[in-house]
Design a protein around this ligand. Structure first.
Ligand SMILES: Cc1ncc(COP(=O)(O)O)c(C=O)c1O
Length: 412
């Protein structure tokens, strides 16, 4: 799924900018900055920008373009359908899709020059597609080194490699890559990563002995890219980091030199003065302690804000307030307290999270409030929230550092 991009100014004749009511503002200069930061950490290994799930909710096509501008040389997605959408948008960079079902369209992948991850069962399907398309398939053999998801088991690896080599000799495919995925790289002190690296090296040796000469061997995700150079091999596959978020508990984006790229913001829908004891939202689980002003924030779980995240932060007029009462489908409430100025905040900018650079609310705080991880918070922001892309032009440039701070630019 892709989202409409807004770049131009709306004229009075066309009515109010719909992105102004509520939007997820995506700072493409932040994406480029993060890709450069990760590329420096990975060097000399190449960078695959992981843009599955609509680039973790950020918008696959604009993010893919920005990542390629900033030095990523590959793109990665889960589904072939996601890869085909990128091709349809004119993106012709090397592109890998790794999660398939019996109904996946391998023929379309081969025809579009999409690289296909292969854990075993897919091989015959891929070869059939190559015959049908009269074009060799490009595949990356995947070995399960311990995560227990897809990938061939070590016991099945020899056979898979042998069969792939036979098909390669027949000109039906090319083994472009060999890869695996890490289970605990976000906890660098755990020993299982060492075991996975050793298993990956063993699988590579078996493949090389069988005559496979892959262009790219790849294992590392964002946390491994940042903490384990021994996992880099020829290429790293980075997702979370390019969105500027930290994969490590207790380490901030800023500490890693990353800039969160998404700002989720809207306008205060209504402010009203209520007496002490006013119940708020379904279930009446919150009551005002004193006469105060309640501000209605028009975002809810239909927009992807987790329903369980009561207490999540919302910044209005420079001050951050926790959400009180239940988050509903379309809306949530903050209690501005007894301040007389409260009613004046109707129509004010409300920010749920942004780049955090000026002490504003962050994705990580929402993840804590919801009992989940930052990956999930951004990925679930729903299609009902228009994406607005800023700093699309590369010349908006690295020199501007935070000049494109989405919390401000997005409010324009
Ligand atoms: C196979 C694979 N590689 C790389 C990534 C990127 O991981 P991260 O977002 O931690 O960088 C993912 C994401 O889950 C993945 O599934």
């Amino acid at each position: 799924m892709t989202y409409p991009a807004t770049t131009g100014e709306f004229s009075a004749a066309s009515g109010p900018d719909p992105h102004h009511e509520r939007s997820a503002v995506i700072d493409l200069e932040a994406i480029r900055h993060n890709v450069r930061r990760l590329a420096a950490a990975a060097s000399p290994a190449k960078v695959m920008a992981v843009v599955k799930a609509d680039a973790y909710g950020h918008g696959a096509v604009p993010v893919a373009r920005a990542a390629l501008q900033a030095g990523a040389s590959w793109l990665g997605v889960a589904h072939i359908s996601e890869a085909l959408a990128l091709r349809a948008a004119g993106i012709d960079a090397p592109l890998l899709a790794w999660l398939h079902t019996a109904d996946s369209n391998f023929g379309a992948a081969v025809a579009a020059g999409v690289d296909i991850g292969c854990s075993g069962w897919e091989l015959e399907r891929i070869v059939a597609a190559a015959r049908e398309q009269e074009r060799p398939a490009r595949i990356h053999l995947k070995v399960d080194t311990g995560l227990g998801r897809n990938g061939a088991t070590p016991e099945a690896w020899d056979r898979l490699v042998g069969e792939a080599v036979e098909y390669q000799d027949q000109g039906l495919l090319r083994v472009v890559g060999i890869f695996s995925h890490l289970a605990v790289a976000d906890e660098p002190e755990r020993p299982e990563t060492d075991e996975q690296v050793a298993a990956f090296r063993e699988a590579l040796a078996i493949a090389e002995d069988a005559g496979v000469d892959p262009e790219v061997r790849h294992l590392a995700n964002t946390p491994a890219t940042l903490s384990r150079p021994d996992t880099h091999f020829d290429m790293v596959r980075v997702g979370l980091g390019i969105y500027g978020l930290s994969p490590f508990d207790g380490t901030t984006s800023a500490e890693l030199g990353l800039r969160p790229a998404m700002t989720l913001r809207t306008l205060v829908s209504q402010c009203k003065e209520v007496p002490a004891g006013q119940g708020v939202s379904y279930g009446l689980h919150y009551r005002t302690r004193e006469a105060s002003t309640l501000a209605l924030i028009p975002l809810g779980y239909a927009d992807g804000v987790p329903r369980v995240a009561t207490g999540g932060p919302v910044r209005v007029a420079g001050k951050t307030y926790p959400v009180v009462g239940r988050i509903a489908m379309d809306q949530m409430v903050i209690d501005l307290g007894a301040e007389a100025s409260g009613a004046a905040l109707q129509g004010a900018e409300a920010e749920l999270f942004g780049n955090g650079a000026d002490g504003g609310p962050t994705v990580d705080e929402w993840a804590r409030a919801a009992g989940t991880i930052n990956y999930e918070v951004v990925t679930r922001i729903s299609p009902r929230v228009p994406r607005r892309f800023i700093n699309e032009d590369e010349s908006a440039g690295s020199g501007q550092a935070m000049a494109g701070a989405p919390s401000k630019a997005g409010a324009a």
